[in-house]
Design a protein. Sequence first.
Lengths: 206, 206
Amino acid sequence: MESMARPIVHDDALRQRLLDVTAQLVDREGPEKVTLRDIAAAGGTSTSAIYSLFGGKSQLLTAVVNYGFRSFHASQEIAGKEGLKATGWAYRKWALEHDALYRLMFGGAMDAYAEGRSAGGPDGGGLADGGQTIDAMAPLIGAVTAAQAEGVIGPYNVMLIATAFWAQVHGLVSLELARGASMPIDWDALYDATLDAGIRAWAPRP
Amino acid sequence: MESMARPIVHDDALRQRLLDVTAQLVDREGPEKVTLRDIAAAGGTSTSAIYSLFGGKSQLLTAVVNYGFRSFHASQEIAGKEGLKATGWAYRKWALEHDALYRLMFGGAMDAYAEGRSAGGPDGGGLADGGQTIDAMAPLIGAVTAAQAEGVIGPYNVMLIATAFWAQVHGLVSLELARGASMPIDWDALYDATLDAGIRAWAPRP
DNA sequence: ATTGTTTCATAACATTGTTCTATAACTGCG
DNA sequence: CGCAGTTATAGAACAATGTTATGAAACAAT
């Protein structure tokens, strides 16, 4: 209250810049390989900024994951209106385009960093958890419900079907990401056939 | 040829002990958290042993992954004879019992270490790759073929069906491992329903 | 015993996440 | 206008960890 002091440089703009830079570096090199010093240099600041804005590497990565979830969710939202298969294809597209980030979000690699929860800033607080996964599933749940209304999907439990679909797609994508290049498989065709099979499996019984 | 020297202590017995110890530690703490010094201490030796026997942390983890694949493969082999659903349940059982190791094998986390291929010792050489995944799928492929013979599964491409099944199960398991506790889902029931749906999807068409 | 050779535990090194500290940048007042 | 007060930040110091280098230990041959 007495007197104001040195003006703030570690502001929201820098925070956003660091998020962008980190997302890029993580996508390029993976979360382990990227160092705080690199991130700081790329953002034109010092490692202190990461500590004052996020709290540490763990929280920075958490914030990046949250950032990723928003992008992924938006992508699913759009595709969700175009039906079940479109949602599946959009899922794969996003995952292949965000390789390392996808693994960080869904691969459980985040657990390696989980321990010190941040106080909960406007955005970065709280560890990425199932809540976000369920959030991200909302468009898929919507698509399943719509398909039921159209009679394409039978009257099974919606959450169960959605999770089954999600797991199917996630499994294919993570298999493709992890071992795709070294497996003699036509992933496009497999993906297509699998989506159809998934729908077939939950079609109304005659 | 001139003269023999100090007797070898870094032998195959120690190698095996280090493999066991590392597998345990990795399963308990994950591959990032476990340190070479801890491993060496737990094995009653020094970090040098890891370098002379494996080449480094990367190759040690690769060897552990290979070790894991053998165990997993054996488990699948047994279950494969009992049918498709049994294979799926055995898959899940093994994965839940080997949490971190499973992620190391199938989660793509190994890529973080991939760079220096070892010369290829009797066992640890070569990075774990798609070959092992396909190997591990063999029992599943057998089960699918058997199910086709019984008329439970239709005349679709076997590899395609097997991969679809594998992805389905892998997706469920990794979702459960990563977010299971924080999602309000009855995983047992979901697993059961999903296995049935998978079989239904590829049933012979009328 | 001495020498030579090989093996291995330990010490030194480089990198990286994190914490500490001293300086920089500003305000308000004399 | 300068000086004290205050806060933010860059950079130094610290701790941990994978890796490499070094020198001592253990044995055979002479």
